[in-house]
Design a protein. Structure first.
Length: 195
């Protein structure tokens, strides 16, 4: 029941924001972060390749009413990671295109938000010394996220001004392929700006 409610929140908030007589504001968002993913896909002596983990680059839009502390945010990311290994020599990589839609509340220098996350085309590729390679294409996956941002640079009000923030985010997600399920839940740290 809670999951169904969280799925409905972004759509209800959009309706509330835009049925208000106040003027709506739309602001671009740019963000970059590091996601520490869930289950290991490849383990090496130097680092691991995890489901849902890697470097994340994103862009999107923030929608808010002029005098509201609430904003609806829609972002698309490119999530990727690569590890190299020896004995035998090779490389493993993963990537996905996460899309997020969330409702955020701002006060002073703080923001907290929650919403839906949908990962398009998550895949994992393994290559051994250019001799053999293989790719696993996971099914598109849906989940939920919770995010907290601390605004360390700000012009204007916290809800409608330009700001730069550092954020932490938890995403609950599973990847699935051929009835095998991999935990792709992740904990991320982000640097972002809304201008």
């Amino acid at each position: 029941m809670l999951r169904n409610f969280l799925y409905a929140v972004p759509f209800l908030s959009l309706a509330v924001l835009f049925t208000s007589p106040a003027q709506a504001e739309i602001k671009p968002i740019l963000t970059a972060g590091l996601e520490l993913g869930g289950e290991d896909l490849v383990t090496t002596s130097k680092s691991d390749l995890t489901a849902g983990g890697g470097i994340s680059l994103g862009a999107g839009l923030s929608f808010s009413a002029t005098d509201s502390s609430l904003s609806l945010r829609a972002l698309i990311y490119y999530l990727f990671d690569t590890v190299e290994f020896t004995s035998p020599d090779g490389e493993a990589s993963s990537d996905a295109f996460p899309i997020e839609l969330g409702l955020f509340n701002s006060w002073d220098k703080h923001e907290i938000g929650a919403g839906l996350s949908y990962h398009l085309n998550p895949s994992h590729e393994l290559e051994f010394s250019n001799i053999a390679s293989g790719t696993v294409d996971f099914e598109d996956a849906s989940g939920l996220f919770l995010q907290y941002n601390y605004i360390f640079s700000q012009t204007g009000s916290s809800s409608n001004g330009n700001n730069t923030y550092v954020g932490i985010k938890y995403t609950a997600m599973d990847y699935e392929v051929d009835n095998f399920i991999f935990d792709a839940s992740s904990f991320g740290i982000y640097l972002g700006t809304r201008f």
